[in-house]
Ligand binder design. Structure first.
Ligand code: GRF
Length: 210
């Protein structure tokens, strides 16, 4: 069975969705860059190994990245899952985990990389918004797309309402992406992800909100 290490910084609802999906893999550890991340309590209750590596305790970004990489490698995971992990990781770190680290971002990438995606979606007046699971590359919030979910932007939406609609979809697509990885179904070719189905074809990778 494959194993994953999940990186969080806060609430950890995506981590929880992955754990609750009872996927055919083991969660070797949940690691946070903040000891007070709310999600750590849930992971602990589930009997998952939990570690906090506080970025504030390190003199440089490189030193933090190196400590984090070491902590992850101790668990020998097949996949690193960034789930609301709010630190930018350096190129050396990203290169080390190339092809075995994924992230979830609350927009339809390549639209709205970076912060405050829901506010920016409202300001731009887009009619379609959503979330993306992607492999991590050195450019921020960029990389081969595994799956996306789209939601409508509705009249009267504020940032919180839109964030909640997107988050519900995040909790659908992240466990799905991790399941595909566990089942060895993800192939990256020329920077594009294909999801193999049992007949050798491709599975649809866009989910619309029900
Ligand atoms: C999610 O919206 C995720 O897409 C973004 O940060 C939020 C984390 O939420 N990167 P949670 O910690 O998984 O609840």
């Amino acid at each position: 069975m494959k194993s994953v290490v999940i990186l969080i910084s806060g609430r950890g609802s995506n981590m929880r969705a992955i754990v609750e999906a009872r996927l055919p893999l083991s969660v070797a550890a949940v690691i946070s860059n903040r000891a007070d991340a709310a999600g750590l309590a849930y992971a602990r209750e589930q009997g998952i190994t939990v570690e906090a590596i506080e970025h504030r305790g390190f003199p440089t970004r490189e030193a933090f990245d190196a400590a984090l990489a070491q902590a992850i490698e101790r668990h020998r995971p097949d996949l690193v899952v960034m789930a609301g992990f709010m630190r930018i990781l350096g190129d050396a770190f990203v290169a080390r985990f190339a092809g075995r680290m994924i992230n979830i971002h609350p927009s339809l990438l390549p639209m709205f990389p970076g912060l405050h995606t829901h506010r920016r979606a409202l300001e731009e007046g887009v009619k379609l918004h959503g979330a993306t699971v992607h492999f991590v590359t050195p450019s921020l919030d960029h990389g081969p797309i595994v799956v996306q979910a789209a939601v409508p932007v509705l009249p009267g939406d504020d940032e919180d309402a839109l964030a909640a609609r997107v988050l519900e979809q995040e909790h659908r697509i992240y466990p799905l992406a991790v399941r595909w990885f566990a089942e060895d179904r993800l192939v990256i070719r020329d920077g594009v992800v294909r999801v193999k189905d049992s007949s050798g074809g491709d599975t649809a990778q866009l989910l619309m909100a029900p």
